[in-house]
Design a protein around this ligand. Structure first.
Ligand code: HGY
Ligand code: MN
Ligand code: MN
Length: 416
């Protein structure tokens, strides 16, 4: 590779400006971003992204689940493109970097190659995957899961949010139900840049995380059915209190994860009392469970233990605890060759780096089931993410994007 290419660096200010320019779509008073998938705020950032991609000479197409693909021609168009990108949707109390860094970092790679007049041998394709977060519609990494065949497109289109709006209606509502059949755009491989969303890189003063594994994820929908009765006249021993049953289950689940740890986590992120009233004993609660581990056996142990605990508590408290598994994502072992390519790029660029397992799920974890995939991590402040305080430094974001650039160049080849 020529010296000019080897020394090529992205434009750190342009990347930083685009991160902060797009943060205005769904900006929250506390400095975060609320950009739920397929919302009006998501439409705004999608429109911005499409315009920026077309401005960079890319040909944009959208699939039937709204994922956006922007192709940069290569010298040899008979070759499959190298894919890079992430997602632009956020959590309700999201930050400026989760997903956004990887998508805008991919755009910055293209802009840098354009400025340098570099043509790659294979084409490149940058991607904004619909609904990575899984907050408004389950599951998370939804569109890439359908892309790899874990769910049918019709199943996904029929998924409903808490208001009863389907994915299909939400796509139509923002004009992003595209023409391209899901799975049409093929790749030779996929590389995703992302903030770590954990504390390790910052604590160890590492600039780059070379992601070789990802935790598996089990999601469940749960419902506790007790018995509504008067908060004043019902003696304590006669109560079938759904909230107290869920509370005992939640604390038991915490102990299960701690016992199976350190490589196990479990979270009840949603709990909704049906027809809440301060002087009625809760009779019904819908809740969710998120369990994770990088070890498949630990995941299975989490599953068995939480089901057993639900059975014991339901008997003891004379309630029903129904648990329905709605998503099963096994642990990810990223493609060794692509992981090596990321590690080589980080080493050549002189960044302090280490191998790392991703605690969070990512679209690249799904893609890795049908093509070679890998990830590049950069630190985030205090390891905080899925929180409006989420923060990262300009230099780390630039370093991660430089590693993405040189990894992609090593995979796509340089024609001129
Ligand atoms: O849930 C996850 O790990 C991702 O942030 N959607
Ligand atoms: Mn993400
Ligand atoms: Mn996220």
């Amino acid at each position: 590779m020529s010296r000019a290419v080897t020394n090529l660096q992205i434009d750190s200010t342009r990347l930083w400006d685009s991160i902060h320019e797009t943060a205005k779509f769904g900006a929250t008073p506390k400095g975060g971003v609320r950009r739920l998938t397929l919302s009006q705020e998501d439409k705004q950032v999608r429109d911005w992204f499409r315009k920026a991609c077309e401005g960079a000479g890319l040909e944009v197409h959208v699939d039937t689940l709204g994922s956006m693909f922007a192709v940069r021609k290569g010298r040899d168009m008979s070759k499959l493109p190298v894919g890079l990108g992430s997602h632009l949707d956020t959590q309700p109390t999201g930050g400026k970097f989760d997903g956004i860094l990887g998508t805008l970092g991919a755009l910055e790679v293209i802009r840098t190659l354009n400025d340098a007049g570099i043509e790659t041998d294979a084409p490149l394709c940058i991607v904004n995957w619909t609904n990575e977060e899984g907050s408004r519609f389950a599951p998370a990494m939804m569109a890439s899961a359908a892309y790899v065949g874990d769910f049918t497109v019709d199943d996904i289109l029929s998924r409903k949010d808490a208001e009863g709006t389907t994915v299909g209606a939400a796509l139509d509502g923002i004009g992003y139900r595209g023409e391209t059949k899901v799975g049409t755009q093929k790749f030779s491989g996929f590389v995703e840049l992302h903030i770590e969303q954990g504390p390790i890189l910052e604590a160890e003063n590492k600039t780059i995380g070379v992601v070789d594994h990802g935790q598996g994820v089990f999601w469940y929908d749960g419902k506790v059915t007790g018995f509504e009765s008067h908060a004043g006249s019902t003696p304590m021993p006669l109560r079938r209190d759904a909230l107290l049953a869920l509370s005992e289950f939640a604390l038991t689940l915490e102990q299960i994860a701690i016992k199976l740890g350190p490589n196990a986590v479990a979270t009840i992120g949603e709990a909704v009392i049906a027809n809440p009233s301060r002087n009625v004993i809760p009779g019904e609660i819908a809740f969710t469970i998120d369990c994770r581990s990088a070890n498949a056996d630990t995941l299975d142990a989490l599953d068995a233990s939480l089901r057993a605990a639900a059975g014991e508590i339901s008997k003891k408290r004379r309630v029903e605890i129904a648990i329905d598994q709605v998503w099963r994502k096994p642990p990810t072992h990223f493609d060794p060759k692509l992981v090596d390519a990321v590690e080589r790029a980080a080493g050549t660029l002189g960044y302090a780096h280490r191998r790392i397992t991703s605690g969070a799920g990512h679209d690249a974890c799904n893609l890795n089931t049908i093509m070679p995939a890998a990830m590049v991590f950069v630190p985030c402040k205090d390891g905080i993410s899925h929180n409006e305080l989420e923060d990262a430094t300009q230099s780390d974001c630039a370093a991660g994007t430089n590693v993405l650039l040189h990894t992609v160049l090593s995979l796509a080849g340089v024609a001129s």
